[in-house]
Design a protein around this ligand. Structure first.
Ligand SMILES: *[C@@H]1O[C@H](CO)[C@@H](O)[C@H](O)[C@H]1NC(C)=O
Ligand SMILES: *[C@@H]1O[C@H](CO)[C@@H](O)[C@H](O)[C@H]1NC(C)=O
Length: 441
């Protein structure tokens, strides 16, 4: 087994208050079936709502994200509405429960790869059962798990006149404790003894569009920043992005979180969203769900340079790794000579994990997989850019540019979707497996 000591922080779990809420349980249902069950009919008026208070807003919001097939996660401020959704989903025959929360999912993935993982979280007994025995949990247990309701839909699903362009999910939750990062200080005390090689930060999207009191969110993010600053420089810090829609929160993350991480993970929606904000524009809630490699690579280069040009103090960290997962391919940029190694294997691993996760099977069945990449791709949209052929017997392409290396791996896209939720976490976690090996060997 590899002795990789990894510490994962999950707000959804770790920062739960001493009593009551703990780690997340995902209730996974077919989204359209649930909406039909509860009598929420398709809205002819797609609207992007930051949070959901009424059935009508849910219908409008779902109508906004479902047709393009963009992942979304929304806070439901109305407890009555949220409870009725949860109750209705429990009555569906195809309902499944699954381990939720970014950190536990990543922890289990890494443990399955043979890593030793220390999960800095509070978890409920029911979650403890599904965690790998290789995971050591730091933190007291709590009685009840918090619920996230996952409305999955396949490619081509119909809801009234709407048809989804790709498989994805719409998530609702009503988590009122975790956005406050309640146990951050406790956690910081434990950090000294953990001495992790890698610290993974996830779940900050729980703060998105949450009704904070004035100054409250900023104060908590400053506390998080202090914790990140206190982390030993030999510990890599990875931040897994998520669907953020509240512009002021994103701006705060640019100040308090992003400059203190070495590595970022995100999908094809989150990349242009962050980039647009950095360039002085506004949030782009929806982007092309099937972006071309050349465009994504250009955006990644931009993001890499922009973030690294903004560093101002010596306690900030250079971004040395950027992993973008899209439905069709995985792309990773890694700075030469940085702590991240074996990028080619990492990219391949991430790609295979994408298929396994979405198909819900440890084996790759090629009859349930297809490639949606062209025969070759251009490395940039700039005219005269190099084209790289896609070689079947050597599917991962890596090349050097400036002070970094780029690797691209096609994804064997699963055609019989079992689950998309948690995909980014599984995939990103898998991408660390080979990358981190050098820490101890
Ligand atoms: C909350 O949801 C319930 C059930 O859908 C609804 O009857 C009620 O009007 C909603 N409350 C508000 C404040 O919108
Ligand atoms: C994704 O990760 C979770 C947690 O490790 C695991 O339960 C699930 O089986 C994974 N999915 C796949 C298909 O690997």
């Amino acid at each position: 087994a590899l002795h990789i000591n990894i510490l994962l922080i999950q707000l959804c779990m770790l920062f739960a208050p001493p009593l009551g809420f703990g780690s997340c349980i995902d209730i996974i249902v077919d989204g359209v079936t649930l909406l039909n069950e509860i009598g929420i009919t398709p809205s002819s008026n797609p609207v992007h709502h930051n949070f959901i208070e009424t059935e009508e807003q849910l219908a409008e919001s779902f109508a906004y994200f479902f047709p393009p097939g963009a992942a979304a996660e929304r806070f439901v401020s109305n407890d009555t509405l949220f409870s009725s959704l949860v109750e209705a989903s429990k009555s569906l025959s195809k309902m499944r429960l699954s381990l939720g929360g970014n950190a536990p999912v990543m922890a289990n993935r890494l443990a399955k790869e043979g890593c030793e993982v220390l999960l800095g979280s509070r978890i409920s007994p029911e979650i403890n059962h599904v965690l790998s025995k290789r995971i050591k949990v730091a933190g007291m247990s709590v009685d009840n798990a918090d619920i996230h309701l996952i409305l999955e839909y396949p490619n081509g699903a119909r809801w009234g006149n709407y048809v989804s362009r790709r498989a994805n999910r719409y998530i609702v939750h009503s988590d009122v404790h975790n956005p406050l990062l309640d146990s951050l200080e406790d956690f910081q005390n434990q950090l000294q003894d953990f001495k992790p090689d890698l610290l993974i930060l996830g779940g900050l999207q729980m703060m998105d569009s949450f009704p904070f009191e004035t100054g409250q969110r900023e104060a908590r993010l400053k506390a998080l920043q202090n914790m990140l600053v206190s982390v030993d420089s030999n510990t890599g810090i990875h931040f897994e992005m998520a669907s953020f829609v509240e512009e002021s929160l994103m701006k705060d993350l640019l100040v308090y979180t992003l400059p203190y991480t070495d590595s970022l993970g995100m999908n094809e929606q989150e990349l242009p969203n962050l980039l647009s904000l950095l360039k002085g524009g506004s949030i782009t809630v929806l982007s092309d769900p099937y972006p071309r490699i050349a465009s994504v690579l250009d955006q990644m280069r931009d993001l890499y340079h922009l973030l690294n040009s903004r560093l101002v103090t010596s306690s900030q960290r250079r971004l040395t790794r950027l992993h973008v997962h899209t439905i069709a391919y995985q792309a990773i940029i890694v700075t030469k000579g940085s702590l991240w190694k074996n990028t080619m294997s990492a990219t391949a691993k991430a790609s295979l994990t994408a298929n396994r996760h979405v198909c819900g099977s440890p084996h790759i069945d090629t009859s349930k997989a297809k490639l949606i990449m062209d025969d070759s791709f251009s490395v940039s949209r700039e005219e005269g850019s190099q084209r790289i052929p896609f070689e079947e017997n050597r599917p991962v392409s890596c090349w050097a540019e400036n002070n970094y290396e780029i690797c691209i791996a096609p994804v064997l896209v699963c055609t019989e979707v079992y689950q998309t939720a948690g995909g980014g976490d599984n995939i990103s976690a898998a991408g660390f497996y080979y990358t981190e090996v050098h820490f101890h060997y």
